[in-house]
Design a protein around this ligand. Sequence first.
Ligand code: ACO
Length: 323
Amino acid sequence: MIRARVIGAGACLPSNIVTNDELAKTVDTSDEWIQGRTGIKQRHIALPGEKTSDLALGAARAALTDAGIDAGELDMIICATTTPDESFPAVATIVQSRLGMHQGAAFDVQAVCSGFVYGLSVADSLIRTGAARTILLIGAETMSRLLDWNDRTTCVLFGDGAGAVVLQAHTGVGTNADQGILNTRLFSDGRLHDMLYTDGGVSSTQSIGKLKMQGKEVFKHAVTNLSAAIQASADASNIPLSEIDWFVPHQANQRILDGTAKKLGIDPARVVSTVALHGNTSAASVPLALVTAVQDGRIKRGDLVLLEAMGGGFTWGAALLRW
Ligand code: ACO
C-alpha cells in the first residue's frame, strides 16, 4: 500500500516582530488583554513589499534542504493560502518558477485556516493514487494585509509566516504501523459564512476587503468542530486518543487549544502550542507549529501526530500521520 510520508519540513517567518506592547502604541489594546484572552505575546508582520510568495519560497527551500532533495525531483507544488500575491496566478506557480522547477504542476488551495490540512488531504490522495510521487505542500500567509488595523477585536490576533513539508510515496504494509499519512478527514458548513469572512473580493467589490469576525461564535464552533474532527480522524484508524503522541492544532487562540484538549481529555503537555510567538497565521499555523516541534526534538520518527484546523467557511478537518 502506498503511503505519503513526510521526508522534510521547513519554515519561514518575516524578520519583523511586533510585540503586544508595540501594538498597543497604535491600537487601543494592552498586553494584558491580548495575553489573557488569547495567549498571544507577539506576531511576525511582513514588511512592505514582503509578499506571501517570498515567505512560501523561504519555507519551500528549508523543507527541500531538510528532505535532501532538489526541486527537480518534485512532481507537484500545492500552496494553501488565502492571501495570494495577486488574484491570479497561484502562489504555487510563483514558487515553482523561483525554485527553477519546470516540470510537473503547481496550484493553490483555499480553505482559510484549514488550508494546510485540506492541502495535505489533496496531496495524500494524489500520492496514494499514483498521480504524483513527490509533492511540496506549503501553507503561507500575509494575514496582516487583510486586517482592519482600526478593529482591535481582530487585528491583534493574526500574524504572517509560512511552513512547508515534502511528501513522498513510500510502500507500507497497510497497517497503523506504516510511516506516513494514515487518514485525513475534511468538513465544511457554508451556512456559517457570516461568522468569519472578508467584506470584499474580486467579483463583489473588486477589492480585497477586510477580515470580519464574530469572535465569541467562532470560539464556540472551534472547540466543538475541532474536537469532532480529532475524534473522527482517530476513529478512522481505530486509534485511541491516548495513543497519539502529539496534537498539532491550528494556532488561533490558547483558550481554544485548552478548551479542545479539556473536552477530549487530552494531556495539554501533548498539544504543541506556538500561538504565543506567531499569533494566528491561518494556513501557515499548522506547519509552523509542526516544524517547531520537530526541530526542538519533541516530534520524533515513529511518533503518531494528529494535525487539526478550523477556519472561515467554516471549514475544518484533521489528519493523522506517523512521523
Ligand atoms: N484590546 C482590549 N479590549 C478589547 C480588545 C482588544 N484587542 N478586543 C475587544 N476588547 C474589548 C471589547 O470591546 C469588550 O469590551 P466591553 O466589555 O467594554 O464591550 C471586551 O473586550 C470583551 O470583548 P469580547 O469580544 O467579549 O471578548 P472575548 O472574551 O470573546 O474575546 C476573542 C475575544 C479573543 C476574539 C475571542 O472571542 C476569540 O478568541 N474568538 C475566537 C476567534 C478566533 O480565534 N478567530 C480566528 C479565526 S478562526 C480560527 O482560526 C479558528
